[in-house]
Design a protein around this ligand. Structure first.
Ligand code: ATP
Length: 304
């Protein structure tokens, strides 16, 4: 497996507090790697260290195989684009002029196709409008465009959908999926909105109190999150008898509800229950969420 980024024993200490503790991480090339962790878990600290904005107290990391202490890391960082906390955007400039300025800062030739970049992030229409008048979603997209000016193949985003409305969240999701699939950009991102992360990520790193609790692929999480059919009936004893007769695996939740861990033939089941004198009032598919998976890993205590 080719890795874009790898960390070994990474620690960051502030006085007696460890923001990161002996952390290990591997970001595979081509992945969308989601960092999951509650407030204070260390996500931003990790991202800031990987972006070179902070130094670790102990441990090391590599980017494209180059150790962070190697002077060549400066060159390797050019393959990386990042949006960490508030991106440095000039409020009184247009989107295009912000990109031009960013290209100058990076020492890139002035003939780069920056309007195309605006089109890519869905900002082709604001024209001369200054950033001051942009919506939050437009600013987030401009931040990503700024991070893309140097044509990186590794994009690092801290909470890219924070504060966005549902429409804005969908737009950023579609943009990130496009960048990953069509432009082969590896993406490392953190998000509090786990349902959203679950629609994007191919890999996860679950952080808790500065430690990497588990690194896992989305496929492995999916397999661990058992899909089931939730049913609400008038009599669970009859339901249990009917399900036993059909050879289906299930758990009884309450005096009226149960979860069936298979794909029951709905018509057959409802008919069998009706014949046995049991009414079905509701039935729907559900799966364990990424959130409950995370909570089962780290436990429910110690929020905040
Ligand atoms: P959030 O989701 O709330 O942004 P996070 O997972 O990004 O949290 P970090 O911001 O990395 O977490 O913080 C990790 C821990 O390190 C927290 O306990 C935080 O209080 C502490 N910390 C971070 N920066 C500093 C600092 N400059 N000085 C002291 N402690 C810090």
């Amino acid at each position: 497996m080719e890795l874009v980024c790898e960390a070994h024993g990474l620690s960051k200490q502030y006085g007696h507090t460890y923001a990161l503790q002996n952390l290990t991480m591997q970001v595979p090339k081509g992945s969308i790697y989601g960092l999951v962790g509650r407030n204070g878990a260390g996500k931003t600290t990790l991202i800031r260290i990987l972006c070179g904005l902070q130094s670790p107290t102990a441990g090391s990391y590599t980017l494209y195989g180059t150790p962070f202490r190697d002077p060549a890391i400066q060159q390797v960082r050019r393959r990386m684009g990042a949006v960490v906390e508030s991106p440095a955007i000039y409020q009184d400039l247009s989107a295009l002029n912000n990109l031009k300025l960013q290209a100058q800062v990076l020492g890139l030739p002035s003939n780069r196709d920056l309007p195309h970049l605006l089109e890519l992030v869905g900002l082709e229409n604001p024209g001369k409008k200054t950033v001051r008048h942009f919506s939050l979603g437009m600013r987030q997209r401009l931040g990503i465009a700024m991070a893309l000016v140097g044509s990186p193949d590794f994009l690092v985003l801290d909470e890219p959908v924070n504060g966005l409305d549902p429409q804005g969240i969908v737009e950023i999701r579609e943009l990130l999926l496009r960048l990953n699939r069509e432009h082969q950009i590896t993406i490392l991102l953190s998000s509090h909105i786990l349902d959203e992360l679950a629609r994007l990520a191919t890999h996860y790193g679950f952080l808790d109190r500065g430690r990497m609790v588990q690194e896992v692929s989305a496929g492995e999480v999916e397999a661990a999150c058992r899909k089931c059919t939730h049913v609400e009936v008038s009599d669970v004893a009859i339901l249990a008898r009917v399900l036993d007769g059909m050879g289906l695996d299930y758990t009884i939740d309450s005096s009226h509800t149960a979860n069936i861990y298979a794909h029951p033939h709905v018509t057959e089941l409802v008919q069998a229950l009706a014949e046995a004198g049991c009414q079905v009032s509701a039935m729907h598919q559900q799966d364990e969420s990424l959130e409950s998976y995370y909570m089962s890993l780290v436990g429910g205590e110690g929020h905040g």
